[in-house]
Design a protein around this ligand. Structure first.
Ligand SMILES: Nc1ccn([C@@H]2O[C@H](COP(=O)(O)OP(=O)(O)OP(=O)(O)O)[C@@H](O)[C@H]2O)c(=O)n1
Ligand SMILES: C[C@](O)(CO)[C@H](O)COP(=O)(O)O
Length: 388
């Protein structure tokens, strides 16, 4: 606990059943890494620390494993399967609380990971007077109403407008009744709109800029707007064994020994892949392709690198250059350098001039010197992709 005084009892629902289409990528944004750990885990921790009980996390069908992995120890959390839109997911969470019948409930987007305790305090405080309370921020830009042909149709008075965040706080019976009574047809933008449509008055309390919603790929990157470049480094070692194939940079080399590993053990591509993942702060090769997973047995490592480059692109970054060093006594890398360079360029979409492949020995010292294994290290630079 952070040492703040206890709050009156309240339940909480975190909706995390969305697809994260605007962020893109295979893994929905709530399970992606933000500030070093899964996005979902941030709101879970904030609400847990504030004393939310029960704490419901609404997830999509089939997402249980991702959710458990994201949250870690989760005996105190109830998972509920959500619906095809946010409103249905909230309704599923509210229904799951029926037997608990809490007095108050906070409804929060997993997509808003930085949840200050002071906002929770303000919201619950406002519930003394009102059946609902939401955190809002002023609008600081002037507002244009867009017309059908991409021209300005009208202006709006920003003084009366507010940006609405979550969590949103409600008296449970009121918000449950309002969701059940909803006849709005189209999706409500949020739960305050659902309660207001049923006659409930909503208090506006001060929100917090930190509660920004992660909506686009660049939002996942800390200080993304300020960071035009990213740098990552990767290092890997594989054992040389007789009877194995030797793959380096996606090229098969003739040699009396090959590298052993779960995949094709291409130590050079593994180092580059880890460097790319490091540059975007998205785990390492084992996070995305666990050695325990049989589907990666014998896999071509080019797939790993292509995936890492795609993740970087999803995060708004393009590879700028690669500098790789392969450390071994034999085979000689020089004769294979052009083929390796061409293959790495093909896998990453880089021009060959941006792919440097160097080799060195360790003067017969250590495991590489004794020919027991090959090591590789890579540094990559990424630059921000221009987005419209
Ligand atoms: N069927 C849905 C859709 C959304 N959400 C949740 O509602 C919150 C706000 O939605 P949004 O930011 O739009 O997330 P997504 O719907 O996942 O994003 P996108 O619209 O880009 O697909 C998110 O925490 C999301 O997981 C949900 O629980 N169930
Ligand atoms: C609920 C919400 O976060 C309040 O601002 C917002 O309406 C969610 O919108 P989305 O389109 O589902 O991201």
């Amino acid at each position: 606990m952070r040492g703040e005084p206890p709050l009156p009892p309240f339940a909480a629902i975190i909706v995390a059943a969305g697809k994260g289409l605007r962020v893109g990528g295979e893994l929905p944004k709530q399970f992606r890494t933000w500030r070093g750990r899964p996005l979902l885990s941030h709101s879970v921790e904030a609400l847990r620390e504030a004393g939310a009980n029960p704490l419901i996390v609404v997830i999509a069908q089939g997402a249980e494993d991702h959710a458990r992995e994201a949250i870690g120890a989760c005996d105190d959390i109830r998972f509920v399967i959500g619906g095809s839109n946010r409103q249905d997911s909230v309704a599923a969470g509210l229904t799951a609380l029926e037997s608990d019948a809490p007095e108050r409930v906070l409804i929060h987007d997993a997509a808003r990971p930085d949840l200050p305790r002071a906002v929770i305090d303000r919201l619950l405080g406002a519930l003394g007077e009102h059946p609902g309370a939401i955190p809002v921020l002023p609008v600081v830009d002037s507002i244009a109403v867009a017309g059908p042909r991409g021209t300005m149709a009208d202006k709006a008075d920003r003084e009366t407008l507010r940006r609405v965040q979550t969590p949103q706080a409600f008296r449970y019976e009121d918000i449950l009744g309002a969701h059940r009574a909803w006849v709005g047809g189209t999706d409500a933008g949020d739960d305050a709109q659902v309660l207001a449509a049923n006659g409930g008055e909503i208090a506006l309390v001060r929100g917090d800029e930190r509660l920004k919603k992660i909506t686009f790929a660049e939002d996942l990157m800390e200080n993304a707007s300020a960071s035009a470049f990213r740098v990552g480094q990767g290092f890997d070692v594989h054992r040389l064994e007789e009877g194995e194939e030797l793959w380096l940079c996606g090229v098969k080399l003739d040699h009396d020994k090959g590298l052993a590993g779960h995949s094709d053990a291409d130590v050079a591509l593994h180092a580059i892949t880890d460097a790319v993942l490091g540059a975007v702060g998205d785990g390492d090769i084992g996070t995305h392709f666990p050695p325990s997973d049989p589907q990666w047995a014998g896999a071509r490592s080019g797939r790993f690198l292509e995936h890492a480059v795609k993740l970087a692109s999803d995060a708004g970054y393009a590879l700028a250059n690669i500098d790789l060093t392969i450390i071994c006594e034999a085979p000689k890398i020089g004769p294979h350098r052009p083929a390796m360079r061409a293959e790495v360029a093909r896998l990453t979409g880089l021009d060959e001039s941006a792919v440097s492949i160097k080799a060195t020995t360790t003067e017969r010292l250590g495991f590489t010197g004794r020919g027991e294994g090959i090591a590789a290290q890579a540094i990559v630079a990424l630059s921000r992709e221009a987005r419209s």
